[in-house]
Design a protein around this ligand. Structure first.
Ligand code: SF4
Length: 192
């Protein structure tokens, strides 16, 4: 009986994944192009690098390099070396990419989700978050969770702006607290 429930959930996730992919061919972009643009929109300043993007996508260095080049060619991403560490690069969205993201084909799905009740949204978010975290952990991949849910996040810290990262020893703004990060360690995982 439990297996039937799991099979049903997998079928729903599979169909939803295909629905999302089919929307991702909008504006002449490939699904991975959209994933990259959305990642750069959500990632904090410590995570906007090709290496972090490679880890987030679970892809290879060569594939991500081609993706970044394609997006640079379309005028959607800039790729500069980091002035603090020349071995690293810094990826950023261009104004054109920000305009494109304001008409992201997934906004339609966001509207549908927002129409659910608060408890339905909370249950869906928590269930999907647990599924994703467990599967990523099994594969030895990082969760890339939200900063404010990180074990290293210190709210309203005396050296903060107003928050602070205890790992990287950097001040964090209210907007940083909602971004995703390659170093994120889920609070309960650190406690356990
Ligand atoms: S608190 Fe955690 S998620 Fe936030 S910047 Fe520091 S390591 Fe990253």
């Amino acid at each position: 009986m439990q297996r039937l429930d799991a099979d049903k959930t997998i079928e729903l996730l599979d169909r939803m994944g295909r629905l999302i992919s089919s929307k991702a061919h909008a504006s002449g972009l490939l699904p991975v192009h959209w994933e990259t643009l959305r990642y750069l929109q959500r990632a904090n300043r410590f995570s906007r690098t090709s290496a972090a993007l490679t880890a987030f996508l679970g892809s290879t260095k060569g594939t991500v390099s081609q993706t970044v080049k394609a997006l640079e060619g379309k005028g959607l991403v800039s790729n500069e070396s980091d002035p603090k560490d020349r071995r690293k690069n810094v990826l950023a969205l261009t104004t054109l990419a920000e305009q494109l993201l304001s008409s992201d084909p997934l906004l339609d799905l966001a509207e549908t989700i927002e129409a659910l009740s608060g408890s339905q949204r909370a249950g869906l978010n928590e269930g999907l978050r647990r599924l994703l975290t467990t599967q990523l952990t099994k594969q030895g991949r990082r969760p890339f969770g939200m900063c404010r849910d990180c074990a290293h996040f210190s709210a309203e810290h005396s050296a903060g702006a107003p928050h602070y990262c205890l790992l990287l020893r950097e001040p964090l703004t209210a907007s940083d607290s909602k971004a995703i990060c390659q170093e994120q360690t889920p609070r309960q995982a650190a406690a356990g």
